[in-house]
Design a binder for this molecule. Structure first.
Ligand code: URA
Length: 403
């Protein structure tokens, strides 16, 4: 392709044709377009934006830059969800088996965390033996056996996104809404889905800090996803405080198991019910044990062993109690996430390992009335690393208005 006119067009804010976008993505993947040229284009898009038509063309070209999974011999509908992520967000681990129990097939390709807490794969790897590197034929077998899988991105899926995401990270162009939209949807479309539910979080612990920016992203994802032929719905959910009690890897698996058995914290169960699209059927499969049965089948089919203790068990704990009592006016998601991070639950670069056992249990939420000396949080730590910093992050994160 002639790259200079293409770059000049976006610099001037003109619309690209779908054919030009396709040729650009092909060039990025076969490296006939240099990293510097691709980075310049990302910067122009970040400033000038893209129409929905261009974003849909970019999404499609990125999806088709790699393999698009199909599920021959399996009946659908094939559904998945995407969350923009947050502190204590373990919803995927619960919702995938819930949907499987409701009769859907859930081919869930998920990611690792970068930043304050681990991602869904990091959490699942707290289960001894659980494999997140399934190959396409194995994915099909697990989907047939359990009705769902949760595994990692393979090199063959949407390779253009991997290249562009790395460049966006280096060039400060990650926040562009059309680029986020194409990045998320290209990977989801490569899963061979019929339906996608988006959980766009807003608040201090989320990528989108305000409801307005979360709405903008959700609307873009819904419009472009529908243009690409997917049935898409979105929910905006609160991330100003952590979701549930557990923040960490193994502790979030334990909390997910509690929810799958019909227990666990109410806000977690309620969000799963809302995202499921059928709250009554969702409650029913959790209460009856059917959702947990699908979880067990998925874990077993992916090599995991739930009879063994989760990795990182036997960790030490430190209780944070309140001084004089009063009303909880703030339980800041970002602050709690930072406490979990300094204890080792998250990572700052992709090659870092996460500690599966450490984390935070948050015992209060905004609006609760607490007595003097009541337990506010429990820090799970491995003997000192980051403990002082975590204690101070938690004390700052939980604000008590004295009565
Ligand atoms: N998640 C993605 O997969 N891509 C983005 O650009 C942002 C969040």
């Amino acid at each position: 392709m002639r790259i200079q006119p293409f770059l000049e067009a976006k610099r001037e804010g003109l619309e690209h044709s779908s054919g030009d976008i396709r040729a650009f993505i092909d060039g990025v993947v076969d490296e006939s377009i240099t990293r510097a040229q691709a980075a310049a284009w990302l910067a122009f898009v970040n400033c000038k934006g893209m129409s929905d038509r261009e974003t849909a063309a970019l999404t499609q070209a990125m999806t088709e830059s790699g393999r698009v999974l199909t599920w021959p011999g399996l009946s659908g509908p094939f559904v998945d969800k995407h969350s923009t992520g947050g502190v204590g967000d373990k919803i995927s681990i619960i919702l995938a088996p819930v949907w499987a129990a409701m009769g859907f097939r859930v081919p869930m390709i998920s990611g690792r965390g970068l930043g304050i807490t681990g991602g869904t794969l990091d959490k699942l790897e707290a289960i001894p033996g659980y494999r997140t590197d399934l190959q396409p034929e194995e994915l099909r077998l697990v989907l047939a056996e359990a009705g769902c899988f949760i595994s990692g991105q393979t090199a063959e899926l949407a390779p253009a996104d991997r290249i562009l995401y790395g460049l966006r990270d280096e060039t400060g162009t990650v926040p562009s809404i059309p680029l986020i939209t194409a990045s998320i949807l290209s990977k989801k479309l490569a899963e061979g889905l019929d339906r996608l539910v988006l959980d766009v979080k807003c608040g201090s612990g989320a990528f989108m800090k305000t409801r307005t920016s979360a709405r903008k992203l959700a609307d873009s994802l819904v419009r472009v996803g529908r243009a690409a032929g997917l049935e898409v719905d979105s929910v905006i959910s609160d991330m100003s405080q952590p979701l549930g009690v557990a923040v960490g890897n193994a502790v979030e698996i334990q909390e997910s198991i509690d929810c799958l058995k019909g227990g666990g914290p109410k806000p977690v169960r309620e969000l799963v019910e809302k995202l499921s699209g059928d709250p009554e059927a969702c409650r029913q499969v959790m209460r009856s044990g059917l959702a947990y049965e699908h979880f067990e089948r998925m874990v077993r089919a992916q090599g995991g062993d739930l009879s063994k203790p989760l990795h990182g068990a036997g960790i030490q704990s430190e209780i944070v109690a309140c001084g004089r009592g009063g009303r909880v006016e703030r339980c800041d998601a970002l602050g709690v996430g930072q406490a979990a991070y300094v204890l080792g639950a998250g990572r700052s670069k992709a090659s870092d390992a996460v500690h599966h056992g450490v984390g935070v249990l948050v015992h209060v939420s905004k609006g609760d009335v607490v007595e003097p000396g009541q337990k506010l949080a429990t820090l799970l730590h491995d003997g000192g690393k980051g403990l002082d910093e975590a204690l101070s992050a938690i004390r700052d994160a939980i604000g008590i208005q004295e009565a």
